[in-house]
Design a protein around this ligand. Structure first.
Ligand code: NAD
Length: 346
């Protein structure tokens, strides 16, 4: 039976293909923009400068910092009428933070699998708490996926970034506001990563696997942008916001545990995903993470066992929907398993 649903397609323009980075200038022109500010991290500054050179006279500068206020000043000083965010979720986040303030036109050229480029969501950490805001202004207008840019993404980051994306798809499968398209995209995204990540780990230059993984990133990110998330994202925000654990790695460690936690309550919704990972969703994802060399325990991030009590109480502090009801005790146990890196049973 098809359950009732609402569906709205994303208005973002998606461009996918090897060497599509060469088309950034043409897309700027097509959008009627004349002054593009290229954003990057300091680590990817040289790539950003190369992109600005390629864009030519439509580029007005490069900003390779992280502070939104400093970036806003450069946007004003250069009279930029669009930003081109080249990089992972952090750089995309900077472009989004600017757009949230002044609605600037955004083009994103992603170089990780985080998926932020196709969501209208901006994460903000204030006073040790991570919150998110959703707004149409935040959604980037154009996304240019060029798999060749991900060939240099280190294997360890490829694995954790891929698992970060897979978490969006997994939670999308049981989202209350899911629709037939988000479910198709989530399953296809999980399949794309199941197929590609093990190949990338053994052959990082496998161009076919790289393009499959980036395709998975688009699918999983689109699911995150379209439907609501639950326990998994809430816990990862708690750990990142209050304990400063690394973003993608935290998603990687937590995913098998949160999936196992919800396995029985969302058995029908997760059945096809479970089949992709060998029959048991939590255990299957744990085996997959191990196979691709992802971090397996919260202990590895310097969290102490004593931190887990506080993490559990922060994670349940503002009630939110989850397929399985949440209480401090069960979350504390889930965190203990993740801290120890134990294979979940579901
Ligand atoms: P990142 O953007 O923080 O990148 C980590 C490092 O890797 C940076 O130094 C970056 O320059 C470098 N890097 C990126 N691509 C590379 C490549 N191809 N080769 C070599 N180095 C490369 O990491 P991330 O995991 O992509 O993003 C994490 C951030 O994204 C977090 O802040 C998270 O909250 C946010 N995020 C937001 C959403 C959303 O929808 N709002 C979704 C997912 C993630």
């Amino acid at each position: 039976m098809t359950r009732p649903f609402c569906y709205a397609g994303s208005p973002a323009q998606i461009v996918f293909g090897n060497d599509s980075i060469g088309s950034v200038g043409a897309w700027i022109a097509k959008a009627g923009r004349k002054r593009a500010l290229v954003l990057s991290t300091p680590h990817q500054k040289a790539d950003a400068e190369e992109l600005a050179n390629k864009i030519g006279e439509l580029a007005c500068g490069v900003f390779s910092g992280a502070v939104t206020e400093a970036a806003m000043k450069v946007v004003l000083d250069t009279a930029a009428d669009c930003v081109v965010s080249l990089g992972g979720g952090s750089t995309t986040g900077l472009g989004k933070a600017i757009a949230y303030r002044n609605d600037i036109f955004q083009i994103v050229v992603p170089t990780t699998y985080a998926g932020s480029e196709v969501t209208p969501i901006l994460g903000q950490t204030e006073g040790g708490r991570k919150t998110t805001v959703r707004d149409a202004k935040i959604l980037p207008e154009i996304v240019i996926y060029d798999p060749s840019l991900t060939l240099g993404l280190p294997v360890a980051m490829s694995a954790t970034s891929g698992l970060n994306a897979m978490a969006h798809a997994l939670e999308g499968l049981y989202a209350r506001d899911r629709n037939p398209i988000s479910t198709l995209m989530a399953l296809e995204g999980l399949r794309a990563f199941k197929l590609s990540l093990p190949k990338i780990v053994t052959s990082p230059n496998d161009t076919d696997a790289r393009s499959d993984a980036l395709y998975g990133a688009w699918l999983c990110g689109t699911v995150l942008g379209a439907v609501g998330m639950a326990l998994h994202h809430k816990i990862c925000h708690t750990l990142g916001g209050s304990f400063d654990t690394p973003h993608a790695e935290t998603h990687a460690v937590m995913l098998p545990h949160t999936a196992a936690f919800n396995a029985a309550a969302a058995a029908a919704e997760l059945s096809q995903a479970a089949a992709i990972f060998g029959g048991s969703i939590g255990g299957g994802l744990w085996d997959f993470s191990k196979q691709i060399g992802a971090p397996m325990s919260l202990k590895d991030f310097g969290m102490t066992e004593a931190d887990l009590d506080r993490a559990a109480s922060i994670a349940v502090e503002n009630p939110y929907w989850n397929p399985r009801p949440i209480d401090t005790q069960s979350i504390r146990k889930l965190l203990q398993d993740a801290w120890e890196g134990r294979r979940p049973e579901d």
